[in-house]
Design a protein around this ligand. Structure first.
Ligand code: NAD
Ligand code: LMR
Length: 329
């Protein structure tokens, strides 16, 4: 181990996603098997003791790549010098709620955290917001970090992407590894649009292989878009291990690249691509290379897709207005 450890801050470290996430980071799955990590855990004061318990278990893992774990209840300290910031800490929704219902409750968390990232994070900081409503929380954090390049603030739609890949693979009776170029557009909400028109299965167009618009419109899209609610209904709690897994995938690809001939989905600040208003943090197809991501350009968007992308983007614009009114941006 010759490299200096990468500082990884995880908020909500004592929560259910935190518990599923930290051990995988410590084992090297976030950044790769050659990169040591130092964990910086942020919790609210009442949950610091539980985070300390998790830190004891991390120690007991004797992870060769884990260079240490520090626990904070102060955002400025937790983000000081951080290279990777995973903003998980926020209240999850419960049965019957939409993610946007959390806007007011959780929005307040992301302003001080954005300020803290602005004040002290490392120059190369990369931020992933997981706490819901993730896209708009990322927008809040980003708007309070004017000195950090805006594109470093991203939100998680990788769980939706992975869900869509799995459902499509099941429908086509294909291994998940054969599915490529699927896209989640828009918001991490029930309005999101999982797009298979450019997707491939074993090199062939996936929409043509499915050839069933009824399944697409009435089963696949709603199943993926409402999978979070399905999990809450079944488990009595929102997704945790699959969410942690998606956070790992998101950062791993951002840092180490997406595979050749494929792309992934990340919610990133729009540069106006595909008619998405500039600045909204919306999900796009992205390719990652050399530690950077780029929105895939030039895809033809058919009528079916256009309507659905526009609807989800309109919801993001409404959320932006709502947080403006709340004084959060
Ligand atoms: P949880 O309630 O188990 O844990 C949340 C933790 O955050 C708690 O330990 C709490 O003390 C902590 N916390 C609250 N405010 C904080 C603050 N200001 N600073 C630091 N920590 C704080 O919840 P969970 O199941 O781990 O989910 C966390 C969030 O992730 C929820 O908002 C949930 O909806 C969201 N989520 C998003 C996705 C996605 O795909 N984007 C997927 C699953 C869950
Ligand atoms: C999910 O997609 O599983 C999470 O965003 C949790 C939720 O509220 O649906």
């Amino acid at each position: 181990m010759t490299q200096a450890p990468v500082n990884v801050t995880v908020t909500g470290a004592a929560g259910q996603i935190g518990y599923a996430l930290l051990f995988r980071i410590a084992s090297g799955q976030l950044l790769g098997p050659d990169t040591p990590v130092k964990l910086r855990l942020l919790e609210i004061p009442q949950a610091v003791k539980a985070a300390e318990g998790t830190a004891l278990e991390l120690e007991d893992g004797a992870f060769p790549l884990l260079a240490g774990t520090d626990i904070f209840d102060d955002a400025k300290q937790a983000f000081a010098g951080t290279n990777i910031a995973l903003l998980v800490g926020a209240r999850p929704r419960t049965k019957g709620m939409e993610r946007a219902d959390l806007l007011e409750a959780n929005g307040g968390i992301f302003k001080p955290q954005g300020e803290a990232i602005n004040a002290g994070a490392a120059d190369d900081v990369r931020v992933l917001v997981v706490g819901n409503p993730a896209n708009t929380n990322a927008l809040i954090a980003q708007s309070h970090a004017p000195d950090v390049p805006a594109e470093r603030f991203t939100a998680m739609t990788r769980l939706d992407h992975n869900r869509a890949v799995a459902q499509l693979a099941k429908k086509l009776n294909a291994p998940v590894s054969e599915i490529r170029k699927l896209t989640i557009w828009g918001n991490h909400s029930a309005s999101q649009y999982p797009d298979i028109f450019h997707a491939e299965v074993a090199g062939k167009n996936a929409a043509e292989a499915v050839n069933d618009e009824k399944w697409l419109a009435e089963e696949f899209i709603p199943r993926v878009a409402k999978r979070g609610a399905e999990i809450i209904e079944a488990r009595g709690a929102s997704s945790a291990a699959s969410a942690a897994n998606a956070a790992i995938d998101h950062i791993y690809n951002w840092v180490n690249g997406t595979r050749e001939g494929d792309w992934t989905s990340m919610a990133v600040p729009s540069d106006g691509s595909y008619g998405v208003p500039e600045g909204l943090i919306s999900s796009f197809p992205v390719v990652c290379k050399d530690g950077k991501y780029e929105i895939v350009q030039g895809l033809e968007i058919n009528e079916f897709s256009r309507t659905r992308i526009d609807a989800s983007v309109a919801e993001l614009a409404e959320e932006r207005e709502a947080v403006k009114k709340l004084g959060l941006i």
